[in-house]
Design a protein around this ligand. Structure first.
Ligand code: CMX
Length: 434
């Protein structure tokens, strides 16, 4: 049976001439034109990134390699011991576009297991940081400290042909991904569990081992698999994916790129929103003595937050124009496993209350919940209550998608990213000339 790397290389050889043909024979075809509002407004909607790993349709939500979220969970082989498919099998799908067989999942899981040992200097570095450092600072620093392990950086210095860049990038990606669960769980137990660490179990898959090292009982292994898969990729323009792509386009290695993308994910308008959702809900719940308020009272709270100039975390999206299917997938899991929980009831009520209010306010282009509106509840209910840790979990997932993209960027020879800026006077001149 061909290994993941051999299968990937076959795909790369098939795809390279297609990109060359597009560039050489159709490079002048205009696909979009940029408006002043897009240039000033964060490049919204400008079609200037290419990826086959995932595509975000505004009205349907994300497709990974062409598959919707329900299709991914339906089609990926199950293990017999978990409700959710293995993250390693999902990574096979992201890299190759193929749904793996049971054997291919097992083979990929073995690849991850071989690479998971974290060097001790990473733990020393984490121990040296102030204990009140944000877990995302710790996570990004730990990954950056591993940069000296980069196979790509070493081979590049020795002289590497452009079309071979993908190979050491693949090695770096798997080496790093395999270590993320132990690094993240170490940070968790360092910060919140009196430094009582739990050694990894060599027999467990990525999600199972993560739950084990976190010290959180079942079904947290499935929560982790679900969470990592759902947060893996959201096409290439979001802050974390774009940052990873941008850094890697300078041929910085995967360690630099993933550490950097985590810093973007740590912003409250992006990944940190999951911690903000829970903070916001719990502040409100305190006010009501831990019970779910009436719809009317909750509406007043939502208006109060909006009128004070803050956003309602977990709602809205730069691209999506419907309820995020990642929200729905987590909610379905919660519905199945959680009974009579105040926090979950609160989140369900928010789904009824917030969208009509945002519509009435008329600012947000998308009034519906995004992934972050539900992810905190999932973590809280299944045992992880320290919500400033939640973005780290998002980061483990996002690293899957960003590394898959970087491997393919290198395989297809994508160049340094370098958009052009103009001055505001130039903009005014262009507008006057029209
Ligand atoms: N609550 C209040 N106002 C909101 C809003 C929300 N949830 N979502 C958007 N708006 C406002 C924007 O702040 C903006 O106001 P101004 O014109 O005063 O600046 C206006 O509506 C238009 O924004 P938009 O075009 O609809 O949305 P953007 O593409 O600018 O921003 C996002 C998208 C996600 C940052 C925004 O919806 C938001 O701040 N949501 C809350 C934070 C959040 O949940 N982030 C997580 C997103 C998912 C992820 O990446 O992890």
């Amino acid at each position: 049976m061909a290994s993941l790397k051999e299968t990937l290389y076959k795909k790369i050889q098939e795809e390279r001439p297609k990109i060359q043909d597009l560039l050489k024979n159709h490079g002048d075809v205009v696909i979009d034109s940029v408006r002043v509002a897009q240039a000033i407004g964060g490049m919204r909607g400008i079609k200037s990134l290419v990826t086959d790993i995932s595509y975000l349709d505004p009205n349907e939500g994300i497709r990974f390699r062409g598959y919707t979220i329900p299709e991914v969970f339906e089609l990926l082989p199950k293990t017999g011991y978990s409700e959710m498919p293995l993250v390693e099998g999902f990574y096979y799908l992201l890299l190759t576009g193929d749904i793996p067989t049971q054997e291919q999942v097992a083979q990929t899981a073995e690849e991850f297991k071989k690479r998971k040992k974290v060097p001790s200097y990473v733990f020393d570095m984490l121990n040296a940081l102030p204990i009140d450092s944000h877990p995302m600072t710790m996570f990004a620093s730990a990954i950056l400290s591993l940069q000296r392990e980069s196979v790509f950086a070493k081979q590049y210095m020795e002289g590497l042909k452009k079309f071979d860049y993908w190979d050491p990038t693949y090695e770096d990606s798997l080496n790093l991904l395999a270590k993320l669960p132990e690094i993240a769980s170490y940070i968790y137990r360092l910060k919140y569990k009196n430094k009582e660490y739990i050694a990894p179990d060599p027999d467990l898959d990525m999600g199972g081992n993560f739950a084990h090292m976190m010290g959180v009982p079942k079904p947290y292994d499935d929560v982790s698999r679900l969470y990592f898969i759902l947060h893996s990729d959201h096409e290439s323009g979001n802050v974390s994916a774009h940052t990873g792509h941008l850094i890697a386009s300078a041929l910085s290695d995967v360690y630099y790129a993933i550490s950097g993308m985590l810093n973007g994910l740590a912003g409250p308008l992006h990944g940190l929103a999951n911690q903000e959702v829970l903070r916001w809900i719990q502040d409100q719940m305190k006010k009501y003595g831990g019970v779910v308020p009436s719809k009317e009272k909750l509406s007043e709270d939502v208006w109060e937050t909006l009128n004070s100039g803050q956003v309602i975390p977990g709602f809205g999206h730069a691209v999506l124009r419907k309820t995020d299917p990642r929200y729905t997938a987590q909610r379905d899991f919660c519905t199945k496993h959680i009974k009579n929980d105040t926090l979950f009831e609160y989140v369900k009520l928010l789904y009824e209350v917030v969208p009509p209010i945002l519509e009435k306010q008329g600012k947000a282009k998308n009034p519906w919940p995004n992934v972050d509106a539900q992810s905190g509840v999932l973590q809280w209910n299944f045992g992880v209550k320290e919500y400033d840790f939640y973005t780290v979990l998002f980061g483990i997932g996002r690293a899957l998608g960003v590394t898959a993209n970087i491997i393919w960027d290198r395989a297809l020879g994508y160049p340094l990213e370098r958009p052009k800026s103009v001055t505001t006077q130039m903009l005014r001149d262009m507008v006057a000339a029209k």
